[in-house]
Design a protein around this ligand. Sequence first.
Ligand SMILES: C[S@@+](CC[C@H](N)C(=O)[O-])C[C@H]1O[C@@H](n2cnc3c(N)ncnc32)[C@H](O)[C@@H]1O
Length: 223
Amino acid sequence: MPVRRVTWRTDSRSGSVHHVRMLSRLRRTISRQLSNPSGPLGRMIAAGMNRGNRAFNAQAIEALDVQPGTRVLDLGFGGGLTFGPLLERGATVVGVDRAEDMVAAAAARHRADVGAGRIAVHAGDVLALPLEDAAVDRVLTVNTIYFWPDLAPALRELHRVLAPGGRVVIGIRDGSVMERVDPAIFTLRPPQEIAAALEEAGFTAAEVRSAADGGSHLITSVR
Ligand SMILES: C[S@@+](CC[C@H](N)C(=O)[O-])C[C@H]1O[C@@H](n2cnc3c(N)ncnc32)[C@H](O)[C@@H]1O
């Protein structure tokens, strides 16, 4: 008896092309949200960042060397996971983030500390910070520098708002652990490139400290 052949119109090749397109759209949506969280998805992303980035931000805070009364700028605070630990050390916190929804959420969550002058939050961009010259003693910025296409003007702005002798700590993940992000949104740089850019912007004593597994780096420098 002859074997009957049955064929269908969607072949496996077009199915996999569809799958790849879906994944790349998802990657773009999540990368966009990480760069500027907004709406309900932005709130979910912020909650995820608060869980996933807690240990790394704790190390960055250690490297900041905060004393009671130190004025700390957290630039690109996202879900605001550093605010509690910084207050516990007696610091006052200024948070600046370009994502209006993150600023509104932090202002609501920390209403009492905002009212007491321990926390201030502002919407703003690293290229034009809503702060006076020498307004803070420390600058902390973790997982943000990927979204700054041009480092020099951003680092000059950090230099402007930092008081003489103040310290900046920049936290980044290594490119080797960021293979799922959209390269159109994330600029991944080796830590040494950031250290060199800090010195070009007027900072001194730039130093790179890396996790034992090489997956993350803290770049510190002094104004
Ligand atoms: C990936 S999240 C990191 C949040 C937090 N620092 C952490 O480690 O979980 C990046 C944050 O930086 C903010 N951001 C990105 N580019 C910025 C810019 N040019 N100026 C100010 N904020 C920026 C985004 O809005 C977002 O909230």
